[in-house]
Design a protein around this ligand. Structure first.
Ligand SMILES: C[S@@+](CC[C@H](N)C(=O)[O-])C[C@H]1O[C@@H](n2cnc3c(N)ncnc32)[C@H](O)[C@@H]1O
Length: 261
């Protein structure tokens, strides 16, 4: 029996740590950065941990886990990364079996983190108003479901979140909004949030944070936390010792967490 059956997902890890995700399918195709190959023919009988020479480069075949799926995902719209996704998941108390809504889906960076922690009994609803973003996001979600062997229920609804929210009655444990305009979505989604549930808003600029804060209060939510997270990576210094690495000390977004009593 093949080690990697048709339809399964593997990761190719290069010597510099980059991951390329490959679905085991029959037929020659171009794999970005690697070349033309037939995944079924090339990889179905390989094992995790084994090395393979492709062109001039050597790759290790890996079982893709969360950081690998994120590293190998297709990118379109700006994504929410581990720093902020992890904080949202913890502060919103998201876990196995929860019913969670996110808008917009974008490239699905946040969705992949959510799928990983929703287990196999959870439900994720993603709303996205641009077809091309939804198509990238759904391709990434499909890889995540395969990589995590997750049977979480997921649906993507195409349309404007405020309109979609008015047309649906959900019972949501948590909502995460990554949108240019949060207030109308907060107002429209409030009835669908369970008592004791929370909304998280991702706000790249401070005017969005202020508008989201006000909209949450006007809707009847109480603000639990607002601010930003800073991370500073360290490395080995060339002359010995450890120190913060030289590099961008960037801003991602301000985060807001609000609670429905
Ligand atoms: C920054 S991206 C989301 C990225 C995503 N959170 C991730 O981690 O990959 C914002 C997305 O919201 C979508 N969007 C903007 N306004 C929207 C609306 N009113 N309803 C639904 N989606 C919307 C955009 O098309 C875009 O794909």
């Amino acid at each position: 029996m093949a080690s990697h059956p048709e339809g399964s997902l593997i990761g190719l890890r290069s010597s510099d740590g980059n991951i390329t995700l490959i679905r085991i399918e029959s037929g020659s195709r171009k794999v970005k950065g690697i070349g033309i190959l037939d995944p079924l023919e090339k990889f179905s009988n390989t094992n995790f941990g084994s090395e393979i020479q492709l062109g001039r480069s050597t790759y290790t075949i890996v079982r893709p886990r969360l950081p690998d799926v994120i590293s190998g995902m297709q990118r379109g719209a700006q994504t929410i990364s581990a720093k902020d996704a992890g904080f949202f998941i913890a502060k919103l108390g998201i876990g196995e079996g929860d019913n969670v809504l996110e808008a917009g889906l974008g490239s699905g960076g946040l969705s992949i983190h959510l799928i990983r922690c929703l287990g196999s009994k959870g439900n994720l609803i993603s709303v996205e108003n641009r077809e091309e973003h939804a198509s990238t996001g759904m391709a990434n979600i499909s890889s995540a479901l395969e990589a995590f062997s997750s049977t979480v229920s997921h649906q993507c609804i195409i349309g404007d979140i405020s309109e979609i929210a008015q047309e649906n009655e959900w019972e949501l444990d948590a909502i995460i909004l990554d949108l240019p305009d949060h207030p109308s979505a907060i107002k429209a989604l409030f009835p669908s949030l369970n008592h004791g549930g929370r909304i998280g808003c991702y706000c790249p600029v401070s005017s969005q944070l202020e508008a989201a804060w006000q909209a949450c209060e006007e809707a009847g939510l109480s603000i639990e936390w607002a601010g930003e997270l800073m991370q500073r990576q360290w490395g080995r210094a060339s002359k010995g010792g450890m120190r913060p690495i030289n590099g961008p000390f960037g801003h991602t977004a301000f985060l807001l967490i609000a609670y429905k009593p």
